[in-house]
Ligand binder design. Structure first.
Ligand SMILES: Nc1ncnc2c1ncn2[C@@H]1O[C@H](COP(=O)(O)OP(=O)(O)OP(=O)(O)O)[C@@H](O)[C@H]1O
Length: 347
């Protein structure tokens, strides 16, 4: 597969934080989603690719060409920000056509800005001011403006997060439709897993300035390679087997596990732990005991913290399990989980 973006050893140093070294490749025509918590370096990475930030070290190759020192307007990269960044004194049409003043030639004869404008439903808004539009409509204008220059790559910096939830699904659907009709390479950053599930061919997880894992969404969600990715994908209960010990403690349970590394870590999702009467768990479950420390309602379910051994276990109970349980504070409770749901982090 041809590589559209190849980032090698990219580093940006700030007084209190460093992004990198980052190595990342995105295939031509791929929809790649980079996931990471706030402050993990997602925007710094996008700004380095678009060219508004000069990296301290490393290289950015786009479509086989080293663009590390090229000015932004010579990179053929479009960017869409969370807050749209439209020019308020220009009309929607002028905003969309803004980047074309740098455009010397039409590259793809098959490209039609009219098609983009129609797909995004913007024709009726072309003569309006951006201020007369809703948040979702403004984001559609920002998308059209970024696509107008026929970029090799379109970068999307959390394009859905500032939108009213009722516009998010619509913009998400349009992103998918434009990606498949234009064949352009899309690189989007977000902290929202649901967006990645819907849009991504592949994902990467960035944390504290470095990329911790890259793969399909299922690889990363089901087989996180290390504790940081595990926590990010929802394995909120982490247990460590210490040097010299042959077992790992999960609450008051001592489990002898077949792991090779001298030190290893394990993760358990809150929704994979069940609570029930001691004798009602399936025969193969690990079953332990603890006392209820807190119960926090979350929609129709709730999150329960149980103190057990030296651990605090976080458990998510859905509405059905909640109806079957008495959850009195400080009362004893049995918890259990399938051996298959205890995930071993290889690194
Ligand atoms: N101009 C700057 N000066 C100093 N530090 C900076 C600068 N820009 C970024 N940083 C540092 O880099 C970190 C990562 O910033 P970045 O904007 O890339 O995070 P992010 O992952 O995009 O976060 P968010 O999801 O909240 O937008 C910041 O927390 C900050 O410490």
């Amino acid at each position: 597969m041809q590589k559209m973006i190849k980032i090698s050893q990219l580093t940006n140093n700030f007084p209190d934080f460093s992004v990198g070294p980052v190595d990342l490749t995105v295939d031509t025509g791929e929809f790649f989603v980079l996931l990471g918590p706030s402050g993990s370096g997602k925007t710094v990475l996008l700004e380095s690719i678009v060219g508004v930030r000069r990296p301290d070290e490393g290289k950015i190759i786009l479509n086989g060409v080293d663009v590390t020192k090229l000015a932004p307007e010579n990179r053929k990269v479009g960017i869409v920000y969370q807050d749209q960044a439209l020019f308020p004194h220009l009309s929607v049409r002028e905003n969309i056509y803004f980047g074309l003043r740098y455009q010397r030639q039409i590259e793809k004869k098959t490209f039609s800005l009219d098609m983009v404008i129609d797909t995004l439903g913007l024709r009726v808004h072309l003569d309006k001011s951006p201020q007369a539009l809703s948040g979702g409509e403004r984001q559609r204008v920002a998308l059209a403006r970024a696509l107008a220059i026929q970029p090799r790559v379109i970068l999307l910096d959390e394009p859905l997060s500032a939108l009213d939830p009722c516009f998010r699904g619509e913009i998400q659907r349009l992103l998918k439709e434009l990606h498949s009709s234009l064949g352009t390479t899309f690189l989007m950053v977000t902290h929202d897993f649901n967006e990645a599930f819907y849009l991504a061919d592949r994902v990467g997880v960035i944390s504290k300035g470095t990329v911790k894992q890259v793969g399909t969404i299922n690889d990363v969600f089901l087989q996180p390679q290390n504790v940081e990715v595990g926590k990010f994908v929802g394995m909120k209960n982490i247990f460590c087997r210490r040097d010299g010990e042959t077992s790992v403690h999960v609450g008051n349970l001592s489990l002898t596990l077949n792991a090779q590394a001298s030190q290893s870590a394990y993760g358990l999702r809150p929704e994979d732990i069940e609570v029930a009467a001691k004798d009602s768990f399936p025969a193969d479950f690990h079953v332990g005991q603890g006392t209820i420390q807190s119960v926090v309602r979350q929609g129709f379910g709730c999150e329960v913290t149980i103190a057990s051994g030296r651990d605090l276990l976080l458990i998510h109970l859905d509405q059905k399990s909640l109806r079957a349980q008495e959850l009195a504070m400080d009362s004893p409770i049995h918890f259990g989980f399938s051996p298959a749901s205890l995930h071993h982090f290889p690194r």
